[in-house]
Design a protein around this ligand. Structure first.
Ligand code: NAD
Length: 259
């Protein structure tokens, strides 16, 4: 299926690895020119080179921390008027909420709520003026079913979700959609770290920790970044103009509810 977005421009945050990279690659495969952002220049450049090689699209890179005002300014200077914005950043650390400090909460809010809102604020009016825009926020299955040790994530991402639910309806008449993708368990660096922590806590091997978690997923496997990216590309396509304000869970059936 032709997604109808060849020649469009996208700003994809936190895209040198994992789910952000999956989104960048899938958009590039549809002919979308990219600006990709991540903190480590070397990894980012390697990813950009690989995407250019695979797809032939233009790929600009901005090595920065997107959760800082300077980082956002650099990203927006490189791509001031994207047609597509994919919001993403690292997730907050796990822990007991009694140990989270005020500063921990501010950091989580900055990363997973306020940074996406700032980037939306900077780009949405020009999308509306051009009559086409697609905003996809990478959040978490924790928004739908909270994960006890991820209180910072449950809270900060739910704040973003509530905000964009309102905004999505407001901009819908202008051809701009805003949706959230909620990953369950995907095989990325982020998840590898949690298996190591789980293995240590339970005194089991990392492989056994992986197997334990895999048993909780009806699909019997972890997700991969390519399938995540393709869902993102579809939401950014001309075919998804009637889908807005939605929260798409991509979790291999792990969420047990009927809807
Ligand atoms: P990952 O560690 O594999 O990749 C993260 C990417 O983000 C890297 O490119 C890194 O450089 C970049 N990045 C991180 N913080 C950044 C910052 N402040 N500024 C710029 N770039 C930054 O992680 P992932 O698994 O792809 O996760 C992406 C998001 O999805 C995270 O917020 C994570 O919590 C969330 N999530 C992931 C899963 C999963 O199973 N992988 C599940 C639920 C939620």
């Amino acid at each position: 299926m032709d997604m109808g977005i060849a020649g469009r421009t996208a700003l994809v945050c936190a895209a040198s690895k994992g789910l952000g990279r999956g989104c960048a690659q899938a958009l590039a495969a549809e002919g979308v020119n990219l600006t990709i952002v991540a903190r480590t220049a070397e990894t980012l450049e390697a990813t950009a080179a690989e995407i250019r090689r695979q797809s032939g699209v233009e790929v600009k890179t901005v090595a920065c921390d997107i959760t800082t005002p300077a980082g956002r300014a650099a990203a927006l200077a490189a791509c001031p008027q994207p047609d597509i914005l994919v919001n993403n950043a690292g997730g907050p650390p796990p822990g007991d909420f009694r140990n989270f400090t005020h500063e921990d909460w501010i950091r989580a809010l900055e990363s997973n709520m306020l940074t996406p809102i700032e980037l939306i604020r900077a780009t949405i009016d020009s999308m509306s003026a051009r009559g086409y825009g697609r905003i996809v926020n990478i959040t978490s299955s924790a928004v739908k079913a909270p994960i006890d040790v991820l209180g910072l994530s449950n809270g900060a991402r739910s704040g973003l979700t509530g905000f964009v639910a309102g905004l999505a309806r407001k901009v819908a008449p202008t051809g701009v959609t805003i949706n959230n993708l909620l990953p369950g368990l995907f095989d990325t660096d982020r998840i590898a770290v949690t298996f190591e922590a789980q293995a240590k806590a339970q005194n089991i091997s990392v492989d056994d920790a992986r197997k334990q978690r895999m048993k909780t997923i009806p699909a019997g496997r972890f997700g991969n970044r390519d399938e995540f990216g393709r869902a993102c590309a579809f939401l950014c396509s001309v075919h998804a103009g009637y889908i807005t304000g939605q929260n798409w869970l991509i979790d291999g059936g792990a969420y047990p509810g009927t809807f």
